[in-house]
Design a protein around this ligand. Structure first.
Ligand code: ADP
Ligand code: ADP
Ligand code: ZN
Length: 214
C-alpha cells in the first residue's frame, strides 16, 4: 500500500499519515521531519535545508529527491509506506515515478486533504511541535495532557518558527504555485482521492479508511 498525502501546510497530512501508518503497519515518511532531524543534528543537509525552511520556501528538488529514493528502497518499505510532504513539485513527482517504475511499483493512492486557506492560518498558529520527538499537537483540537509538555517523551512543545502567520502566508502561496498542480497530476494517473479536511480528525480518518479499505 503506497500512499501519498497531498494538501496545504496544516491541512492535517501528518496527523492522518501517522494514523494510517499505525493502522496498516507501514512506515510514515515525512520529509519535513527528516529535514528537522538533520537541522537538530547539525548535518550539512540540515544547514542547507534550514535556510529555505525559515523563509517558508521549498528546499531545492535535488536535496530531497535522492533522499526519498533511498528511503523507499529500504526493507521496511516492502509492504508500502505513507509519504507526507513529498512530492511537493511536479519534478519531484516525476522522479518518484521513475524510481518506482524501475522497481516495478506504482503509487496506489494520492489522498488530497482539502482545507480552505481561511482555516489554515488559524490552525497553524495553534500547532505545537515537540522539540524531542517531533510529535504534533494543537492547543484546541489535540492538546497535550500537560500544557507545553510532550505526552510521549516529556520534552517541551514549541510553536515552529515557520508556523508564525507571516511565514504561513508565504508557505500557502508556495503551495498554490508549486504543489497544488500535483492534484491534476495524480488525478490524471487515476489514483487521486479527496477528503474533507475541515471535519474533525477522527471523521477525516474514517473517510480515509473507507478509501483504503479493510
Ligand atoms: P507542513 O507539515 O506544514 O506541510 P513540513 O513539515 O512537511 O510542513 O515541511 C516543512 C518545510 O520543509 C517546508 O516548508 C519546506 O521548506 C521543507 N520541505 C519538506 N518537504 C519538502 C519537499 N518535499 N520539497 C521541498 N521542501 C520540503
Ligand atoms: P500538515 O502535516 O498537513 O502540515 P498537521 O497534521 O501537522 O498538518 O496538522 C496541523 C495542525 O492542525 C496540528 O496542530 C494538528 O493537531 C491540527 N489538526 C490536524 N487535523 C485537524 C482537524 N481535522 N481538525 C482540527 N485540527 C486539526
Ligand atoms: Zn516528544
Amino acid at each position: 500500500m503506497r500512499i501519498i498525502m497531498l494538501g496545504a501546510p496544516g491541512a492535517g497530512k501528518g496527523t492522518q499519515a501517522k494514523k494510517i501508518a499505525d493502522k496498516y503497519g507501514i512506515p510514515h515518511i515525512s520529509t519535513g521531519d527528516i529535514f528537522r532531524a538533520n537541522i537538530k543534528a547539525g548535518t550539512e543537509l540540515g544547514k542547507k535545508a534550514k535556510a529555505y525552511m525559515d523563509q517558508g520556501a521549498l528546499v531545492p528538488d535535488e536535496l530531497v529527491v535522492d533522499l526519498v529514493a533511498d528511503r523507499v528502497k529500504q526493507p521496511d518499505c516492502e509492504k508500502g509506506y505513507v509519504l507526507d510532504g513529498f512530492p511537493r513539485t511536479i519534478p519531484q513527482a516525476e522522479s518518484l515515478d521513475q524510481v518506482l517504475s524501475s522497481m516495478g511499483q506504482e503509487i496506489g493512492f494520492a489522498i488530497n486533504v482539502e482545507v480552505p486557506d481561511e482555516h489554515i492560518v488559524r490552525r497553524m498558529s495553534g500547532r505545537r511541535a515537540c522539540v524531542g520527538c517531533g510529535a504534533t499537537y494543537h492547543v484546541v483540537h489535540a492538546p497535550s495532557k500537560k500544557e507545553g509538555v510532550c505526552d510521549r517523551c516529556g520534552e517541551p512543545l514549541i510553536l515552529r518558527d515557520d508556523d508564525k502567520p507571516e511565514t504561513v502566508e508565504k508557505r500557502l502561496s508556495v503551495y498554490h504555485e508549486q504543489t497544488q498542480p500535483l492534484i491534476d497530476y495524480y488525478s490524471g494517473k487515476g489514483c487521486l482521492k479527496e477528503v474533507d479536511g475541515t471535519k474533525d480528525m477522527e471523521e477525516v480518518f474514517t473517510d480515509i479508511c473507507a478509501i483504503l479499505g479493510e
